[in-house]
Design a protein around this ligand. Structure first.
Ligand code: ADP
Ligand code: MG
Length: 484
């Protein structure tokens, strides 16, 4: 049992997560200039995004649509009226001295994100999701003893998703954040790549004695930059808080940053409260009102979500949660699987071939799933041919590999390499030839030495290059040996 599990025997963990997802709109949250990742520093700016005097914000409608999509996806309340507020703080990457965010009237409140952890389902409650603008990016070069600011990201649109303090384990927190990435990928509002800074999260943590009602004092770890580090950062903070409390000390409300090199969370500052930010309604941006019909039509346009696929497959196909979650991992895989099932392939079989053969090929090439490498209808056909023993499972695997590695059609692969030729007349010819070449063995077999069947089987399989199923060869052989 590791340290965390040991602590968990006597202490409850209370975790709340804040996830920032960058919305992939063409232009920024409050201006028309664009943001794309990885451009030369300070080339994607405009008066509004660097806070020049007199520059006024105007709201990006697409970002609002995206927030509505997210709200719909997690079954939250999407408010037809909401407003923006200024959140004040000083930092070199925040040129206006305030960030435009939402405070008391966010666009989305409530909602639920279903996750699987250890084959059990948990409905993680959200507090809210609000729109805001991103800050620029500061880089501190300790070796050169300087800092640099890049304002490209300044003003990029973000949605901040906040959970209730309902997560109970570092692994569960990691799974939750992966789920958020998956959901925003499904609804195509962000690629949410952590390496590109397009998904960033803060973890709020407190611990309390098992069963205690009152929450302990929380701390917040900022800037966690990978899924693995979400778990590690929370674990390290649980250990630190546990040590303090075991020593009779107190946890102080604080913000920490995750230090990648040292593998620990370091205290950055004793935490501010909401009042410290002097939030107030942004006078440049009047409250927004959107029609209910617009909200409804955006919600109607949502695709099936990963947890919806999972529930359906678990209920209708008897899948285990693990199996369902793998197939629902991306929307492309989910649709691919559903398409194969539509060709009358049994769901179990479709799942086995996709997660077995097909995933193996993508893994070998270290590339993400691409539905065009092996078309669903082709894989469905191969599964059918293999199930009905028109070709062997081995041949089917070979053909999948050839489809994957070439642009040839399935029919040309099957005919060029004569995968089907060996089934009917051809297999009869091969058997005839083998029997003719081994007259003595045939006589001995007919005189009762039935174990010679495997001798013939071997010969025929060799001649047919493994392309004909064991069952068909043995049927045909038995027929020929016993009848003539
Ligand atoms: P703040 O004002 O510090 O931002 P909030 O109440 O808005 O605090 O909560 C921020 C996040 O912290 C939310 O995800 C919330 O669920 C979580 N949280 C609140 N209280 C606790 C606690 N005692 N332990 C752990 N997480 C908490
Ligand atoms: Mg906070």
């Amino acid at each position: 049992m590791n340290t965390i599990e040991k602590i968990n025997r006597d202490w409850d963990f209370v975790i709340g997560i804040e996830v920032h997802v960058q919305l992939e709109t063409k232009s920024k949250m409050f201006s028309t200039c664009e943001y794309t990742f990885d451009q030369s520093p300070n080339t994607l700016t405009c008066p509004t995004s660097i806070g020049l005097p007199g520059a006024l914000p105007s709201i990006n409608e697409k970002a609002i649509d995206f927030a509505i999509q997210f709200g719909g996806a997690v079954n939250a309340t999407v408010h037809p009226s909401f407003s923006f507020a200024r959140k004040h703080y000083f930092y070199p990457d925040l040129p206006k001295g305030y960030q435009i965010s939402q405070f008391d009237k966010p666009i989305v409140t409530g909602g639920i994100v279903p996750i699987w952890w250890d084959n059990k389902k948990y409905n993680i409650e959200l507090t809210r999701a609000h729109l805001e603008e991103d800050a620029g990016k500061s880089t501190h070069n300790s070796s050169k003893n300087n800092s640099q600011v890049d304002f490209n990201r300044s003003g990029a649109p973000l949605i901040e998703i906040v959970t209730e303090p309902v997560l109970t384990h570092p692994i569960q927190a990691k799974i939750f954040i992966q789920r958020i990435k998956q959901i925003v990928n499904y609804i195509a509002i962000s690629n949410a790549e952590m390496e590109q800074g397009k998904l960033r999260c803060d973890a709020n943590i407190s611990i309390k004695k098992k069963g205690a009602n009152k929450f302990g004092t929380k701390t917040e770890i900022k800037n966690i930059n990978s899924f693995r580090n979400v778990q590690k950062a929370i674990e390290s903070e649980i250990k630190r808080q546990h040590q303090l409390l075991e020593d009779g000390k107190q946890v102080e409300q604080a913000s920490l940053t995750w230090n990648n090199e040292k593998n620990t969370a370091e205290i950055m500052r004793v935490k501010e409260n909401a009042d410290d930010y002097r939030y107030f309604p942004d006078p440049d941006l009047p409250p927004v009102v959107i029609s209910k019909s617009k909200i409804d039509s955006i919600k109607k346009g949502l695709p099936t979500l990963p947890f919806e696929f999972e529930s359906r497959w678990i209920n209708e196909y008897g899948f285990k949660p693990d199996e369902a979650t793998i197939l629902a991992s991306t929307i492309d895989i989910a649709f691919y699987f559903e398409e194969i099932v539509k060709y009358d392939v049994s769901p179990k079989n479709a799942s086995k071939w996709i997660t077995g053969e097909l995933f193996r090929l993508f893994n070998e090439k270290n590339m993400p799933f691409d539905k065009n490498k092996v078309l669903a209808k082709d894989l469905a056909k191969l599964i059918y041919l293999s199930d009905s023993e028109k070709i062997t499972a081995n041949s089917a695997k070979e053909i999948v590999r050839k489809l994957f590695n070439s642009d040839k059609s399935i029919d040309s692969i099957i005919s060029e390499d004569s995968y089907l030729d060996n089934t009917d007349s051809n297999i009869k010819d091969i058997i005839k030839k083998v029997l003719e070449q081994n007259p003595n063995e045939v006589d001995r077999f007919r005189n009762g030495e039935e174990k010679l069947l495997s001798y013939f089987m071997g010969k025929v399989m060799k001649e047919s290059k493994g392309k004909v199923s064991h069952k068909i060869i043995s049927q045909e052989l038995n027929k020929k040996l016993k009848n003539s």
